[in-house]
Design a protein around this ligand. Structure first.
Ligand code: ZN
Length: 308
């Protein structure tokens, strides 16, 4: 069968634009200067000692539906199939349902520590366990979608974050899964969505408003739900070579952490405006929902424990 994505540009292993040699050099540098203590418990060992590795695996081995606490998610596509494995508690509700999001684990404990060390402290040696967790969530989400080919679309990284870190954390995980043949069958990794202005938060050019870009350097961190929504509104675009080629294409949006869902919503909005069908999103970890939605959250935690 001809693959309908064959004509679309491949995501490739560009690692988000950083030359591979520079990325390797930087990772080597970090490996030299970082003390080898476990990011989970702090004891001198590898980056993730065996007990913490086991704890990480236990916390991420059972993907679950995490959309309940994320107030800024887009609505579920009414035309999309009502599946989205693993099943969520609200599947039968009808009406205004949020986009289903499958998470590998809850953003806390060893999962949060490993993810933070990987993203912000140069611990790229944690890519394998993190990628395994993300891969499991991707498989679970893919299993709930129609057999039609599926485009895996990562939330784009900002040029500034890329320069600061020297690597694109999410891209590193997905490229690793792709290289090892561990992406779900019938899916393909592509990067059709980009930031409109990689240097600043919204569509304001830094040359016109220099104070704006420096004031907003903190990204989404520390912003409330409203702030996050405003911060990302209109901030993304479809890359030129994908324009007019995504109509009816089944897309699965991938991110590392789900908080309010504002960033995911912007990527989904951008894809849908281009005619793509987005039925589901996948994240490595989801933050616990704010108080008030605790019951729904406890419920799906209970469901998780009840499984298997
Ligand atoms: Zn440990």
């Amino acid at each position: 069968m001809a693959h309908p994505f064959r004509a679309l540009p491949d995501a490739g292993g560009r690692n988000g634009g950083v030359p591979a040699a520079a990325g390797r050099a930087l990772r080597g540098f970090w490996a030299l200067i970082l003390p080898t203590s476990c990011v989970g418990c702090g004891r001198h060992d590898s980056s993730l000692c065996r007990p913490c590795r086991r704890a990480f695996r236990r916390a991420t081995v059972r993907p679950f539906r995490a959309e309940a606490g994320a107030g800024s998610l887009p609505l579920r596509d009414p035309a999309a199939p009502q599946t989205g494995a693993p099943p969520g508690a609200d599947d039968a509700d009808g009406g205004f349902e949020p986009l289903p999001v499958v998470a590998a684990g809850i953003y806390g404990g060893v999962v949060a520590r490993a993810l933070l060390a990987f993203k912000n402290a140069g611990h790229t040696d944690l890519a394998r366990p993190l990628a395994a967790a993300l891969g499991g969530a991707l498989l679970a989400a893919r299993a709930g979608l129609p057999a039609d080919p599926c485009l895996l679309v990562p939330v784009p990284t900002r040029g500034r974050s890329l320069r600061r870190r020297g690597y694109d954390p999410l891209g590193l995980l997905l490229d690793g899964l792709r290289r090892r043949g561990e992406l779900p069958a019938g899916s393909r990794l592509a990067r059709p969505v980009a930031h409109r202005h990689p240097g600043v938060r919204t569509g304001v050019r830094p040359a016109l408003m220099p104070w704006f870009s420096s004031a907003r350097r903190g990204g989404q961190k520390g912003l409330g739900r409203r702030g996050r929504q405003e911060n990302v509104a209109g901030s993304m675009r479809i890359r030129r070579r994908y324009r007019g080629r995504l109509g009816g294409v089944q897309c699965l949006v991938v991110d590392d952490v789900l908080t309010t869902g504002a960033t995911l919503a912007e990527v989904v909005r951008t894809l849908r405006a281009e005619g793509a069908a987005v039925a589901c999103a996948v994240v490595l970890a989801a933050t616990p929902p704010p108080s008030g939605t605790e019951s729904a959250y406890s419920e799906f935690r209970r469901n998780r424990r009840g499984e298997g």
